[in-house]
Design a protein around this ligand. Structure first.
Ligand code: GTP
Ligand code: MG
Length: 197
C-alpha cells in the first residue's frame, strides 16, 4: 500500500478526548523503548511523525495519526517503565487498557516485542490479559538488525511455545527493523487486507 499522506491528528490522555470519528484504527503497544513510535515512522516513511527517543517513557499520551485520509495509526504509551511517577503510571495503564478494551473503531492491535530478548514476564503478563479481551492482535518482533537471524528465530520460537500455556490460538507474527526496513511491506499489506475486509 502506498502512503500518500500521514498527518498527526491529536493526542489524548484518555479515550474520553479521543477523536470522535469512524476511521478504522491500528494501534501499537509494547514495553517502553521497544520501538512503537519508530515503527510508525517506518510504516509511514516519515522520520519524525511519531516522536521516538532513546529515553524510555517518551510517548505519554495516545497519539492519533491519520493515514491516506481514511484510516488511522495509533501510538500508545509503553508499559513497564518504572520512572514515570506512580500516579501517572496508574493513569496511563488505565487509559491504555480502556483504549484497548473500549475503543470501538480499533481494528487491530500490534503488540511489539524486543527480538533480542528471551520471553519477558511483563510481555507475557500483558498478553495473558489481552487474551481475555475480544480484540484482534498480532506480534511484531522489533530491532531485528541488532541481533543475528538465529537469535531472532530462537527468541520467536521460544516466545511462541511459552504463549501456548495460556493461549489457544497463535497470533500472527511479524519481524521488523527501523534501520533495514524489514517488516514494512508485510505489515502494510496486512493493514491493507484488513481495511478491505
Ligand atoms: P516509548 O514511547 O518510550 O514507550 O518507546 P517506543 O516504544 O515508542 O520506542 P521508540 O520508537 O521511541 O524507540 C526507542 C529507541 O529504540 C530509539 O532510540 C530508537 O531509535 C530505537 N529503535 C527503535 N526501533 C529500532 C530498530 O528496529 N532498530 C534499531 N537499531 N533501533 C531501534
Ligand atoms: Mg513511543
Amino acid at each position: 500500500m502506498k502512503i500518500k499522506s500521514a498527518e498527526f491528528e491529536t493526542s489524548a490522555p484518555t479515550i474520553a478526548s479521543a477523536p470522535r470519528w469512524t476511521l478504522p484504527e491500528f494501534a501499537f503497544i509494547g514495553r517502553s523503548n521497544v520501538g512503537k513510535s519508530s515503527l510508525i515512522n517506518l510504516l509511514t516513511e516519515r522520520n519524525a511523525l511519531a516522536k521516538a527517543s532513546v529515553t524510555p517513557g517518551k510517548t505519554k499520551l495516545i497519539n492519533f495519526f491519520r493515514i491516506n485520509t481514511n484510516w488511522c495509526l495509533v501510538d500508545l504509551p509503553g508499559y513497564g517503565y518504572a520512572k514515570v511517577n506512580r500516579e501517572d503510571r496508574a493513569d496511563f495503564n488505565v487509559a491504555v487498557a480502556n483504549y484497548i478494551e473500549k475503543r470501538d473503531v480499533l481494528v487491530h492491535l500490534f503488540v511489539l516485542i524486543d527480538s533480542r530478548l528471551t520471553p519477558q514476564k511483563i510481555d507475557l503478563e500483558f498478553l495473558n490479559w489481552l487474551s481475555t479481551i475480544d480484540v484482534a492482535f498480532s506480534l511484531v518482533f522489533t530491532k531485528t538488525d541488532k541481533v543475528s537471524m538465529n537469535a531472532v528465530e530462537s527468541n520467536v520460537a521460544l516466545f511462541k511455545s511459552t504463549m501456548k500455556s495460556f493461549m489457544t490460538v497463535s497470533p500472527k507474527i511479524f519481524t521488523s527493523s527501523s534501520t533495514t526496513k524489514r517488516g514494512r511491506k508485510e505489515i502494510l499489506d496486512f493493514i491493507e487486507a484488513e481495511l478491505a475486509r
